[in-house]
Design a binder for this molecule. Structure first.
Ligand SMILES: *[C@@H]1O[C@H](CO)[C@@H](O)[C@H](O)[C@H]1NC(C)=O
Length: 519
């Protein structure tokens, strides 16, 4: 599960309060702060009655902010088990709510304007069946008939912008005998395998396999009971045999016995495409348009799970000239452009780029620009001299950055006080003891702190935005018919402020994704 930070949680709670009110957000906050829980425990911790908790969980599941799973546990007696439904919060999906407008813009740019209607419906409602999607699109009077809307929907699924919803409540069974000793068994994969959390297992079990996840064909098919059970438990056919038979009363009948599959927006795909775009923009800013075009051609179709892309010069060229901007480039131009990219390596005319490298470089630049904005150009140079992670003493920093020897410690102290750099006092031995200070950047800690600051700033902006909207509403109520000129003026000012706030928030969110979603 993705780690969140204190202000990340506050921002998530704020977003839920805004959209779903206080009770739902109370349940959500409880899960954000305490982790995965059963309904009984949520009731206990929130002091809310059962039915309110249940309704809140439904809302959160409907909007893809919570995933339920049925957890088999040892029962009281010997050889007995009980199954308890657990609820895990999906922090990332809550923060994605900030980005809905970005997602809609991206899809309309990559595909066409027609997809907006359907996408908007899914973003607003969280989960819908195809019938609901089509009805809604028809009601919106955006033009188009059922057939064109259905085609648009198919296009969205084929491009992976829309997917089938995960299983509502997959069963996570106790490991059967012979499965458990994986850890003790010889230590084969001792160091390489990261411990898989319960939440990760539940998510993996809930998400349908690719073939089903983006399949439209069996759409109105009526599944047999056996198939339905299988789907609900999220087990693949092969795995099924290994599982003991477990009966449980599902706590959630959220589908209400609906036969039709339910669809939702596939956030992964959007984040993946935004990640590629961020890399391309980084290349444009660092190098030039040609570099951006070439990198964009190389990364087209890259999946989020891949970080390294290798292509021969010829295939890169082929891709490049497909684009409008690339049409004028010749092979030599592409080669020389590739060679200047410091995140690109070459062996035998095969060029490789590592997306992780690019993201990390972009992160460092973001941090440096924050330092520059907040502490000035000299602090920026000093910070930069430390950015490779190696410690330096005060004098060396001053020498390397041409910052006055008297001012250097003051600036370093400021950076240290805000936790941007670490300090270590070193005493040299020998007859003439002297003290000096070593300074360094601890990247992991600092990046985490920066992310928290970004969440904090986003929360501030979002609160301000809500405040402005409230003011606007007040004015709207105030002026019934003909608004006096000062009211008109005030409304215009508020509109400008809102646009400004919104665009600042979107920029901030770009930085949040850079630190949280792209690696
Ligand atoms: C957020 O707002 C609070 C109160 O107005 C302020 O103290 C804080 O510095 C702001 N934080 C950020 C990161 O903008």
């Amino acid at each position: 599960m993705a780690t969140s930070t204190p202000y990340g949680i506050k921002l998530a709670v704020h977003l839920i309060v805004n959209d779903f009110g206080n009770i739902v957000s109370k349940v959500c906050e409880c899960l954000l702060r305490r982790g995965t829980l059963s309904k009984a425990l949520i009731c206990r911790f929130t002091d809310l009655p059962q039915d309110k908790v249940k309704k809140s969980l439904w809302v959160l599941i409907q909007h893809n902010c919570v995933q339920a799973f049925a957890l088999e546990q040892e029962g009281g007696g010997r050889d007995t088990t009980v199954v308890v439904t657990q609820y895990m919060v999906l922090f990332n999906n809550i923060i994605h709510r900030l980005r809905f407008s970005k997602f809609a813009t991206l899809a309309t740019n990559d595909l066409d304007k027609e997809v907006f209607e359907i996408l908007e419906g899914l973003l607003q409602h969280g989960r819908l069946t195809l019938t609901q999607i089509l009805d809604r699109a028809l009601d919106s009077h955006s033009g188009g008939n059922k057939d064109t809307h259905r085609e648009t929907f198919i296009k969205l699924v084929q491009n992976r912008f829309v997917e089938r919803c995960p299983a509502v409540e997959p069963l996570i069974a106790l490991p059967t005998d012979g499965e458990t000793p994986a850890k003790k068994g010889g230590g084969r994969s001792k160091k390489s395998k990261k411990e898989v959390t319960l939440e990760e297992r539940a998510l993996a079990a809930a998400i349908p396999m690719d073939a089903e996840r983006f399949s439209i064909t069996s759409d109105d098919g009526i599944d047999s009971d056996e198939e339905k059970k299988e789907k609900l438990s999220g087990l693949k056919v092969g795995e099924k045999r290994k599982q003991r038979k477990v009966e449980w009363d599902s706590e959630l009948d959220i589908m209400g016995g609906k036969k039709e599959p339910v669809w939702r927006v596939n956030f992964d795909e959007f984040i993946n495409r935004l990640r590629i775009k961020a890399c391309v923009e980084y290349a444009r800013a660092e190098y030039d348009n040609a570099a951006a075009v070439i990198l964009g051609s190389m990364l087209e179709g890259t999946k989020r799970t891949e970080s390294e892309v290798s292509l021969s010069l010829d295939s890169i060229f082929e891709e490049v000239i497909k684009s409008k901007e690339g049409l004028t480039m010749n092979l030599e131009r592409v080669r020389s452009s590739l060679e200047q990219l410091d995140f690109c390596s070459e062996v035998d005319d095969t060029y490789s780029v590592n997306l992780k490298d690019i993201i990390q470089k972009a992160q460092l630049e973001e941090v440096e620009s924050i330092v520059k904005k907040r502490y000035g150009i000299e602090a920026f140079r000093m910070f930069r001299s430390l950015s490779n992670g190696r410690p330096l003493d005060t004098d060396k920093i001053s020498d390397r950055t041409f910052v006055d020897k008297k001012i250097t410690p003051q600036i370093l102290y400021k950076l240290w006080k805000d936790n941007y750099i670490q300090m270590e006092k070193v005493t040299t031995g020998g007859p003439r003891q002297t003290d000096f200070f070593l300074w360094r950047i601890k990247k992991d800690n600092l990046w985490h702190q920066i992310l928290d600051e970004l969440y904090h700033a986003a929360l501030n902006l979002s609160l301000r935005y809500v405040h402005e909207v409230d003011q606007d509403r007040e004015i709207l109520n105030l002026s019934a018919e003909k608004a006096p000129p000062e009211v008109v003026k005030r409304k215009e000012r508020l509109k400008k402020v809102r646009i400004l706030l919104d665009s600042s928030l979107m920029k901030l969110d770009d930085a949040i994704m850079l630190f949280h979603d792209f690696l």
